[in-house]
Design a binder for this molecule. Structure first.
Ligand SMILES: Nc1ncnc2c1ncn2[C@@H]1O[C@H](COP(=O)(O)OP(=O)(O)OP(=O)(O)O)[C@@H](O)[C@H]1O
Ligand SMILES: [Mg+2]
Length: 408
């Protein structure tokens, strides 16, 4: 076999010095413009460091506003302090998405020997309580992306209940979410538990994003390889879109890849513009992938209808396909039925539609009088074919796993 296919791998980049500095997993040594949020988090956990439970904290902010980075930063600082009673479990709820998984993760973090044995939930619960009680620990449970926990009310109830079963010490919860409607959809009891204290992360403006990018570009790229105008453009695009630092970083790093592919010596505004288009789509697919199931099914219905073309009533404006909201609902109901699931009522459906619009996945507009009275028209913001494929990959795989007994 010739080495040819791998040749590109070893070719030195024209523009990058350390690619990984730009990766989404890289944790920057210092976080810019987040001093006040970091000090609020520290304030919230100070009681825990003294051995008191303090109040639960809820952190809300749009995607890419630095929530995960800041909390990890603070956790690393706590771990450096020796001899504190506070222990932390950072839990990414996308992976640990049920009460059982969260409690298991806590035991595997702190009681690794016990954790291996596949106990039932009551055993795990008692084990955690005894461990906290032993010497009056304060366990801080950080639930990042808390909105994806399937049985969240049970989890919150269990952790609250634990505090009344624990004699000395306690458990404090830090919840983190980027979903706007999360708070209002919560069960009132869970809400009052989780929101004892609330902290909001605002989106970054373009000046802030520029500074964040410059800092990262200085370390990730070779000197002089990124046009300052390109940085400002990437920052402006991301600020205009959502104030998302992850998007800004993704754009500049893709722009670097494009420059390399084309053998250019420098990253300019042109590559940034090209990169921003690619990044936009990538983010949309990721967003669709992480939607709750019912919303995913609605988007799926819209994608199918958009692809089916003329059999369905549609309105063609140039090349855009708009579909009647009522048809989407019918399609969605029949999909859920074929999956042996219950469709949500049309009231929920309308709420989901407005959530999806807010997230930029669909566009809607009200038809004027004449077309079936007043009705809403819906269009996908991204190519339906790709959306359909993305959803089929995740949705049907998950359901297969569930019916094959993919237990807790
Ligand atoms: N203040 C900052 N300074 C430097 N880099 C930052 C800052 N805020 C965010 N970033 C970078 O932006 C990216 C996204 O940040 P982070 O993951 O913390 O966002 P998030 O608010 O948790 O988003 P999500 O809601 O999508 O989980 C990370 O790669 C991080 O390095
Ligand atoms: Mg995060």
């Amino acid at each position: 076999m010739s080495d040819e296919p791998f040749a590109g791998l070893f070719k030195e980049s024209n523009v990058f010095a350390q690619r990984e500095v730009l990766s989404p997993h890289y944790i920057p040594a210092h976080l810019l413009f987040r001093d006040s949020q970091i000090s609020e988090i520290v304030k919230a956990i100070t009681p825990a460091l003294r051995g008191e439970r303090g109040r639960n904290l809820f952190i809300y902010g749009k995607t890419g506003t630095g929530k995960t980075s800041c909390i990890k930063h603070v956790i690393n600082k706590i771990k450096e302090l020796s001899s504190v009673k506070a222990r932390v479990s950072y839990i990414n709820c996308r992976i640990y998405n049920s009460r059982y998984r969260v409690l298991s993760k806590i035991t595997s973090d702190h009681m690794p020997l016990y954790a291996k044995r596949g106990y039932g939930i009551i055993d795990i619960y008692e084990r955690i309580i005894n461990w906290v009680d032993e010497d009056g620990k304060i366990l801080i449970v950080v639930l990042d992306e808390i909105d994806v926990v399937k049985d969240l009310d049970d989890l919150v109830y269990t952790l609250t209940r634990a505090n009344s079963d624990i004699k000395s010490g306690g458990i404090a919860i830090i919840g983190i979410s980027n979903r706007i409607s999360f708070k209002e959809d919560l069960d009132p009891r869970s809400r009052s538990t989780l929101y004892e204290k609330e902290l909001v992360f605002p989106p970054y403006n373009s000046v802030e994003l520029s500074t964040i990018l410059k800092d990262r570009v200085d370390r990730g790229f070779k000197p002089g390889k990124v046009d300052p105008a390109a940085i400002n453009l990437a920052a402006a695009i991301a600020a205009n879109d959502s104030g998302d630092a992850r998007l800004a970083l993704m754009i500049i790093s893709k722009a670097g890849e494009i420059s390399d592919e084309k053998g250019l010596e420098k990253v300019t505004g042109e590559q940034v513009r090209e990169a921003s288009k690619e990044a936009d789509e990538e983010i949309a697919y990721e967003l669709v992938n992480t939607l709750p199931e019912q919303q995913k099914l609605i988007v799926y219905a819209i994608a199918l209808l958009s692809l089916q073309g003329s059999r369905y009533k549609k309105l063609t404006e140039g090349t855009d396909t708009y579909i009647f909201s009522g048809e989407v609902y019918n399609k969605y109901s029949s999909i859920t039925e074929s999956m042996h699931k219950d469709a949500k009522t049309s009231r929920w459906y309308r709420k989901y539609i407005s959530d999806l619009e807010m997230q930029g996945i669909i566009h809607t507009y009200e038809s004027g009088k004449g077309i079936r009275g007043h009705t809403k028209l819906i269009k996908l913001a991204y190519p339906p074919e790709k959306i359909k494929n993305t959803i089929e990959k995740t949705l049907f795989k998950e359901n297969e796993a569930a019916t094959n007994g993919g237990a807790a």
